[in-house]
Design a protein around this ligand. Sequence first.
Ligand code: NA7
Length: 560
Amino acid sequence: MTERTSRQPASKQPNCDVVVVGAGFAGIYALWQARQRGLSVRGFESAPDVGGTWYWNAYPGARCDVPSYNYAYFFDSEIVRRWNWSDVCAYQGEIQRYLRHVAERCDVVKDIAFDTKVSSASYSEETALWTISTQSTETRPGEIVVCRYLVLAIGALSEPKVPDIDGASSFAGETYFTSKWPKDRAVDFTGKRVGVIGTGSSGVQVVPEIAKAARNVFVFQRTANYVIPTEGGPIDGAHMSALRQDPQAVRQALRETYGGNQPLGIGQHRFGELDAQGREDALRKAWDGKYPALAFRDAHLPEANAAISDYIRKKMQEIVADPRTAHHLTPWDHPYGGKRPCRSDVYLQTFNKPHVRLIPLTETPILEITPQGVVTSTETIELDVLVYATGFDAITGSVFAIDITGIGGASIRDAWRDGPRNYLGTMVHGFPNLFLPSSAMSPSVLSNMATLAEQQIDFILDSIVWLEEHGRPGLHPEPGSQERWREETLRYAARRPGALTTKSWYSGANIPGKPRVFMVYCGGFKKYHDNCLTELRDGFPSYALERRTDHKQEDKRQPR
Ligand code: NA7
């Protein structure tokens, strides 16, 4: 633990206590929580409405891949009791309506400046304040806001990957991105020749919808993904009634699980305890239960994971009629979980339709895009519409999109040049009072992001209240704490089959030139939560505390 001294000139006063950037799950809750704690707030959101990633990813078929009754807020039992999900896995429009409903109920909409992009954030050691600048537009000048605490609830998947294919801008037909789908009109694919580039979750969800109307669909696949069934369908009324009886108990129970999702009671046995028939039965039960990765209690072991991967490959091939297409749609090159698995009950089936064709880019790579369409190594495919489902500059992209400078004017882009470094996935050394929910080295995309949003915002606001109560102007982690956390994150990643060997956006491999670092904490939600609680309970022993000259305070914390 170190102490730094900051002077506090009376001239520079903050405009508010907390600025929250982003109005998705984390941002909405952060605004509400901050106001509950008696803090003044301002919110900024680049979209015209709340929703975050659920605002932008409005492509047909976009839906949640964990049960919506878990992928939801629990802080307010009345929300749980009143909101009726129409499907176990709700679609984008319903999730966005839900977030709007919560934002209105919490009365935070009035706090948010919409259509407003934050362009920079700089910390002053003199004042221990953050200065936020928003981008000016044709109709509105940029704004400058000074605050004490900055919460960047900007999401892990919000900075779309820029197309890196020669000639992409020359295409003469209609072009769409799943990550920025038009909101003002329905895109009409009727009778059109449509190309879809990318077969991650977005591609897998959008292709069957496009195929309903298009004349031809060409699916350009670079890497085959595991595709498992969804949990979608009608909600079990008895389950919902039980959940509504005690939402706070469910909230607590979710935090006790590995992924912030519900315990399912499958995977009772270890792989080594079962004979061949027992393994087959366990795999079938887990597949039928829609969680094939939970077939065994020790599913993370390489031999168990290999059995799970083989089982899913077999099931996928059973669905696709044409053996060559089935072969190409099967992920042979990485173990299950190495990349984010996709969920769909209709994607693989879509390739049995005569007007849908898979173009495996491993065999016939794209050479360029021309005004007419896509040129591969063997043919020119003429298109009327091109849909990019090419993903995101995940986790760090949204952070780098803002020019963030901390102590001594140091830029976060420099601090993270070799990959992100932080402590407990939320705070960065040298950037006091900057909080980054859903960011690197947290359970983020390997957990239920709604559960995580509530947990992290609770931790962040508890930290802020602690600072207020102890009269401390600032907090940021010690460099050693960051290193420890990074090592722990990588140690857990090494145990996860394929995590360190598969090319995935989890480790930045989808963006040319991005440092290859596994960016998700996979020690489990409960362990993560326990770490946060320990810091709070012990008075932040892994952090450096800023100290005011005008306060004669003693640090009563015990050194580590
Ligand atoms: P993903 O999962 O990153 O998928 C992007 C897809 O686009 C993936 O199949 C990529 O192939 C492919 N891609 C990217 N660039 C190219 C180029 N240049 N040529 C061909 N193919 C390309 O993004 P999604 O939007 O589907 O899903 C993101 C998350 O959102 C998802 O996991 C859910 O959590 C919600 P690659 O695999 O890199 O070879």
